[in-house]
Write a protein that binds this ligand. Sequence first.
Ligand code: ASP
Length: 435
Amino acid sequence: MSLTNRILIAMVVGIVVGSVLNLLLATDSLTAAHQAWVRTWLVDGVFDVVGKVFIASLKVLVVPLVFVSLVCGSASLGNSARMGPIAIKTILAYLATTAIAISLALLVARIVSPGSGVELAGDVSFEAKSPPPLTEVIINIFPSNPVAAMAEGNMLQIIVFALLFGYAISHAGEHGRRIAGFFEDMDAVIMKMVEILISLAPYGVLALLARLFTDLGLSAILDLGAYVLTVLAVLLLHALGVYSLILSLLVRVSPLVMIRKMRPVWAFAFSTASSGATLPVTLRTVEKRLGVDNSVAGFTVPLGATVNMDGTAIMQGVATVFIAQVYGVDLSLGAYLTVILTATLASIGTAAVPGVGLITLALVLRQAGLPLEGIALIIGVDRILDMVRTAVNVTGDAMVSVVVARSEGQFNQKIYDDPYADMEASARPSHGSGH
Ligand code: ASP
């Protein structure tokens, strides 16, 4: 069975096992002793340990992978004066797709009205932290200590340092060429590590999801059904509709291929709810299966994982309309435009880890003049939405990478169209046996 199928099956099994355990632990069909055993040994034991080890081994690859890959990419671009245009195109594409995502969310939420008829619960309270000033945000992109940036996993600082380092390599003559060779070798070795890790994914995905669904309160989802369904519908519409349209129109390739090849990446995003932890897998898939050259992918994917969050913006759009309706606030056109602008910027500031989208939602609500306590209303269902929106976030990164690569002549359509690209040789149907 192919690895993709094994990962997808692990996902389903994890969800089913978790949901069954959730029921068993909530009712008294098990004796107290059995319940304690399941909780201690299975849920907080095996599942917790395997899941956490899996996430740690994904995260451990992120800093070396981003650094090495970006150095290789910018070293090979450095002489061609394409770095600037690629950076500008990528950033504009990320901003544009996020603005489309949030506009779509506002539009659909306006039509569906998920918040009408929802009663305010009595005990809503939410403490919002105030965001750092913009000047500080800009200064913080530039590292003062590369080792500290790597130790803290500060992605934007690592990106800036790697770009500069790669650029210098391409301008340092013979010395630069020797160093570039070293980094290319390193890149191949780290990509191998990612491959090994992906092959272990079924166990990690199963453990993570089983643990999560054991604890997930599904009753909260029923209470907020209209909100949850609206967010899910817009996420699907954006990932399957908007992205497909962009791919067909701008790149002229079949979007179905991308959807098929992104499925394992979705399983990672879904089970970790972190674009950051999924990054190694996104990068490998974009380069080896979607045919984007490392010189582009090495920049676009890490940057996208950090700043491009279409799924998060969608949740924030629907949440804003939902909260406004629950509190009976009528949003003006100006307020909608403010929400589009703030949510696009907030998604840049959202860290690629679970649950942060809900925190940056405070920024959006504040700008729209809505009560921040509204966040408390939707906290209960946020984890499940986080899983799905993270999958959309990483899909946006992959899609923009393909678009930018195509416009730069760094896209290999043969790889994109080859269903067996980057798969074990045994997966490929043998040719010529019938002749
Ligand atoms: N979990 C999301 C991500 O990593 C961010 C968020 O929306 O909370 O992409």
